[in-house]
Design a protein around this ligand. Structure first.
Ligand code: ATP
Ligand code: MN
Ligand code: MN
Length: 308
């Protein structure tokens, strides 16, 4: 297992060793969140976010001037990055520029120092780039889709995953939609994972064409939910649980329990500002069993669950 599981939640956030320049720089003007505020947030959620970001290639959304400045989607090291940020080479493309990885809280703080507001891990660990251990179904509502329909879509994906023998967990995206994630035992390769998720998305679109689409085509999305399976291909990423989003209000992608999904909890309900209180008050982490629940992708089956 590549992801290290830190022990228990420390009472006070651990001390930073990575120096933050311009700690008072405002990253989210509307929410009043500074660079130091982001560092404090990530230090606090470190024990929870670590299993999802440690030991895998990371893509980042960097906003050196905050969310109102330029956004850089970045997969490769930049000049002046702290050495707590590790450089890793894709074994399949050793001559290409290295990717970024973190191992420790210092690594995460180095991301903050580098103005990385969003953290998007690959779906496979560094220990085996070819065998994904995470399936992500990204539900993207088009214009005019009611939130209740997005919730129904998440439940439908859950049911289909469970039919296939997989466990399903849900999180807010911090953007417009929901992400349904399944922990995988790393057996199948990317080709198989993509085929499986594509089949699921296409089956949903065929059975309910007024509700779902499986292709990116913008024109077809109005009033429908894009079942975006393309997070599940080699080199693709999805935003990590607990990652902040470089969007107004400082939202975060928050793991929630299925029972919590409802009209009162939209995709941007949780933020850098209110997440710590939620986490402190939770009686149980809704994603506590995420890794334990891992199952292998069924071989030679379609997502419809019909073939044997
Ligand atoms: P929403 O709920 O608004 O759809 P999201 O996290 O699902 O939020 P986006 O932020 O639009 O969706 O990102 C979609 C995916 O594309 C992310 O998983 C991200 O890893 C990837 N991505 C984001 N920006 C870029 C970019 N500039 N270039 C390549 N890939 C990107
Ligand atoms: Mn999405
Ligand atoms: Mn998408």
């Amino acid at each position: 297992e590549a992801a290290s599981q830190p022990a228990e939640t420390p009472k006070t956030p651990p001390k930073r060793r990575v120096r933050l320049t311009h700690p008072d720089r405002i990253y989210w003007p509307d929410a009043g969140v500074t660079k130091e505020g982001l560092a404090d947030y990530y230090a606090e959620v470190w024990p929870r976010i670590a299993p999802f970001i440690v030991g895998r290639p990371l893509a980042l959304v960097r906003c050196p001037e905050g969310i109102e400045g330029q956004h850089f989607f970045q997969k490769h090291p930049w000049k002046g990055a702290d050495k707590a940020l590790k450089e890793v080479h894709d074994p399949k493309a050793p001559d290409e520029p290295p990717y970024l990885a973190v191992e420790t809280l210092d690594g995460l703080m180095a991301l903050v120092q580098g103005a990385a507001l969003e953290i998007h891990p690959f779906g496979a660990p560094l220990s085996d780039w070819e065998r994904p251990d995470l399936l992500t179904m990204d539900l993207d509502p088009g214009e005019g889709v009611p939130w209740s329909a997005v919730i129904a879509a998440a439940h439908e994906v859950k049911a289909r995953l469970e039919t296939a023998g997989l466990a399903a967990f849900v999180k807010t995206s911090g953007g417009k939609g929901l992400h349904v994630c399944a922990p995988l035992k790393p057996r199948a390769d990317w080709t198989e994972l993509k085929a499986f998720t594509k089949a699921m998305a296409e089956t949903m679109a065929q059975e309910a064409p007024d509700t779902y689409v499986a292709t990116i085509t913008k024109a077809k999305r109005r009033g429908r939910i894009l079942v975006d399976y393309l997070r599940n291909q080699r080199g693709s990423t999805a935003v990590a649980p607990y990652s902040a989003r470089a969007r107004a209000g400082a939202p975060v992608s928050m793991p929630i329990a299925w029972e919590e999904l409802g009209e009162g909890m939209g995709p941007q309900h949780f933020t850098v500002l209110n997440a710590p209180a939620r986490l402190a008050n939770l009686s149980a982490d809704p994603w506590a069993d995420f890794r334990k629940a891992a199952a292998p992708l069924p071989a030679g089956r379609t997502a419809g669950g019909t073939a044997g």
